[in-house]
Every structure is written in structure tokens, then in C-alpha cells.
Design a binder for this molecule. Structure first.
Ligand code: BGC
Length: 418
């Protein structure tokens, strides 16, 4: 992390400046829109900041089609604009020219709070003609081509910045770290601008004491740091991914991948005749036949209850299965989840040491925090083990955080006249 703050190259953790100088302080008022693109989901939210707690919001989810995820930039941004248009029509806001916060949760180099150059795609996206381009400019071009009204993009950010902003709004100024454990896994935190030594604040006209830094810690491992812990199953999942060799932390911890890791382990156990008493299970050889939601369902059952495990074995088309198999299924789901949570805990512990804060709240969110029944507890336990006793921390969840936080950051940008 220190190396990433000092140099633009060399560290596997990029520590990217966000140009966001402050978190919401509760004084923000008005209506704001957020557009949040993450994986297959495009979420659009209207946030009403009128002093009510929690703030009122309306959200609509849209699904990005597979061919769009691997198509052209024009297709993707036209899709986003069409969804936005529908959304604004539904709420009668087509002419309101509301400020918008745009969450783009892929690694980007920011050139200002309104300009983000895409470094590479993650989470299954592969749209080559967007690489190295400013995604705000692409969005604005698509808006101009397709919409009769003007909209006002106030800020672009990584989802972890949104997560942090939403948690800070909910839990107060002690919350200065945001962690997303969703399809991928990443964090951001409030840093002293002077400590981002690679960032020439004067030359960039940035005169704020603080700035949120996006760690992009999911790239830890690219210089071989994780070679000792990668298993044959991890290597197979990596080899089959769209971004081979990249985003290893996502592949060990993220919801997009851990179902696949479990599937590979189970498939090996079938081959070893440990699972299903040696009956074959062809389904387990099919990619994505063990989605991550199965892990949550299996671990969500009380010990000794195997309703979900039984149903999943049926869905996997195994002819005969019994308690011994369900216990193995549960154990594998637990081990793979626990390993992921332990790695995230190690990353958070490293960040806490870097920050040397005596007391901090960590805003956590993303699919695994929201839907995995034991994740939060596992993360907390491991973090307690890894953090010096003098450091007090609290993991505070903010569901739907990134989207709400983006609208809040748009409000901060307006308040600070950025
Ligand atoms: C992306 C990050 C993002 C994280 C969580 C990763 O795949 O590279 O930019 O913050 O997922 O969504």
C-alpha cells in the first residue's frame, strides 16, 4: 500500500486517487440520482435528501445482457442511457436536470472528479473499444446522441467510494473505510493528501487536505504474492476467466467466483469417490452449475438440517445422495467462504495498520455481506485475531451502499462546488 501511494508503477496495489475530498456530513439536501454499473446489474436510484433518516430512495435494477458485456462501448452506453431515460420518465424527472453520481466499479485512473479513464475490465466484461477511454465522456456522448434532456454528471467513482460515503452518512465521521465484498472485492479510505506522494496536488489544482484513495487491492497477487496459497482449483478458475492472471483476490473472495471454486473442489471429491459414493455427477463439470447463492443456502441452514443441500443435489442431478454427502457439501462451502473472509480480514488489518487509527468504523457491503449467512461473523472473528488489541474497529453494514453513496457524493460535490 505504501509503495502504491508513492509510485504509479511497481506495486500490485494501485492506490488510486479519487479526487473526492470529503464524506457527506448530513447537511446535504435535495434530490440526486445515482447510476451504478457493477457486473450484470445496472442500478439507478433517486435519493431524496430531506432530513429524513434513513433517507427515502427509489431504485430500479436493470440486467445487462451477456452480448452487451462483451460487445461495443456504443451498445453499453446506449443501454445505460435508455435505462436512465425510462427511469426519469417513470418518476416525471425528465426535465429536472438532477445532479448524477456515476458508480463505475472497474479499475479507472481518475483525472478529475468527473473524468475516469478505464484501465481494464473485470467481472466478465470485455469491451475492447472502451479501454483507456474516459467513461464519463462516453456516457455524455451517449446522452447527447440519445436523450433530448440534459443531465448533469457531478462525480464518477468506484463502488467502494459509494459504499464508504453511504456508511459515513449512516454511522458518522468515525467511518473512514469502505469495503465491498460483492462480485469482486476492493476498498477505499480517507487519506491525507500529503501522504499520496505520487500525486502532484499543486499541478492538479487539488487543494484539499484529504482525499479518498481506492486501493484496488484485488490485484494483490499479480507479482506472485499469493502463489503459495493458490490451489489447483484457484488456478483452474483463473485460467478459465476472461481476465486470466488478473484480480486474484476477486477470484479467491468474490461472489462471482467462489461458487466456481466450490464446484471444482466438489468435482474432485466425486472423482476421488469421496462424494456421492463414487457415482458420477456430470452437472458438476458444467461451468457455473454451482452458483454462489448455493453456498448461502447451504450455510443458511441450521446444523443437522439439510433441506437446501438435498434440493441442490437434486438440481445437480445426482441419483442417490444422503447425509454424509450433505455434510461434505456444507464443509466445502464453509472452508471456501472462510478462506475468502480471512483474506479480506488480512487486507483490512493491513489497512488499519497503515492508518494507525485507534478507533474506526468500517463500512462493509456487497452481495456476500448482504446475503451470505455467516460471512459477517467470520470476517469479524478473523479481523479481531489479526488486529492489535489497541485498535478498536467496528464493521458497519450499509446495504445498497454504493448506489446511495454515489448520490451522496454528487451532493458533496455540489456542496463543495467541485
Ligand atoms: C473491481 C473493483 C471493484 C470491486 C468490487 C473489482 O472487480 O476491480 O474496482 O471495486 O470489484 O466491486
Amino acid at each position: 500500500m505504501k509503495m502504491g501511494l508513492a509510485k504509479t508503477k511497481g506495486s500490485s496495489i494501485a492506490m488510486l486517487p479519487s479526487y473526492v475530498p470529503a464524506l457527506p456530513d448530513g447537511t446535504e439536501r435535495g434530490k440526486y440520482v445515482a447510476i451504478d454499473l457493477s457486473g450484470k446489474n445496472l442500478r439507478i436510484m433517486l435519493l431524496h435528501l430531506d432530513g429524513s433518516d434513513p433517507p427515502r430512495s427509489n431504485t430500479v435494477n436493470y440486467i445487462v445482457a451477456n452480448h452487451v458485456m462483451k460487445g461495443t462501448g456504443d451498445q453499453l452506453f446506449t443501454f445505460i442511457v435508455n435505462c436512465l431515460q425510462r427511469f426519469l420518465q417513470e418518476f416525471g424527472l425528465v426535465d429536472a436536470n438532477l445532479p448524477i453520481g456515476f458508480v463505475f466499479s472497474y479499475p479507472c485512473e481518475l483525472l478529475s472528479i468527473r473524468s475516469a479513464r478505464l484501465l481494464w475490465w473485470t467481472k466478465g466484461f470485455d469491451i475492447k473499444d472502451c479501454l483507456q477511454k474516459d467513461v464519463v465522456a462516453l456516457l455524455e456522448e451517449a446522452l447527447e446522441m440519445n436523450m433530448s434532456t440534459k443531465v448533469n454528471i457531478k462525480a464518477v467513482m468506484n463502488d467502494t467510494v459509494g459504499q464508504l460515503a453511504a456508511a459515513a452518512h449512516k454511522y458518522g465521521p468515525e467511518c473512514t473505510i469502505g469495503v465491498v465484498i460483492g462480485y469482486g472485492c476492493n476498498s477505499s479510505y480517507l487519506e491525507k493528501t500529503a501522504r499520496i506522494t505520487k500525486f502532484d496536488a499543486k499541478a492538479r489544482g487539488y487543494d484539499h487536505e484529504n482525499m479518498i484513495v481506492v486501493t484496488e487491492w484485488e490485484e494483490f497477487g499479480k507479482n506472485g504474492e499469493l502463489d503459495d496459497i493458490l490451489t489447483q482449483f484457484d488456478r483452474e478458475v483463473d485460467a478459465a476467466s476472461v481476465h486470466k492472471g488478473k484480480q486474484l483476490i476477486d477470484k479467491l473472495c468474490g461472489a462471482l467466483y467462489i461458487g466456481e471454486v466450490v464446484r471444482k473442489v466438489l468435482s474432485q471429491l466425486v472423482l476421488d469417490r469421496v462424494l456421492f459414493e463414487g457415482q458420477s455427477c456430470e452437472k458438476l463439470d458444467e461451468v457455473e452449475s454451482f452458483p454462489t447463492k448455493y453456498i448461502s443456502e447451504i450455510l443458511g441452514e441450521e446444523e443437522g438440517v439439510f433441506k437446501a443441500a438435498r434440493r441442490i443435489c437434486e438440481e445437480l442431478e445426482v441419483e442417490m445422495h444422503g447425509t454424509a454427502d450433505y455434510i461434505i457439501l456444507r464443509e466445502v462451502c464453509d472452508v471456501i467462504s472462510r478462506r475468502g473472509a480471512s483474506i479480506v480480514a488480512a487486507a483490512i488489518a493491513a489497512l488499519l495498520r497503515h492508518l494507525e487509527l485507534s478507533s474506526v468504523k468500517i463500512g462493509v457491503g456487497g452481495a456476500l455481506i448482504q446475503f451470505h449467512p455467516t460471512y459477517h461473523q467470520m470476517l469479524k472473528e478473523k479481523l479481531e485475531e489479526l488486529t492489535p488489541i489497541t485498535m478498536k474497529f467496528e464493521l458497519v453494514p450499509a446495504d445498497e451502499g454504493s448506489c446511495q453513496g454515489a448520490a451522496l457524493i454528487a451532493a458533496v460535490a455540489e456542496r463543495l462546488k467541485l
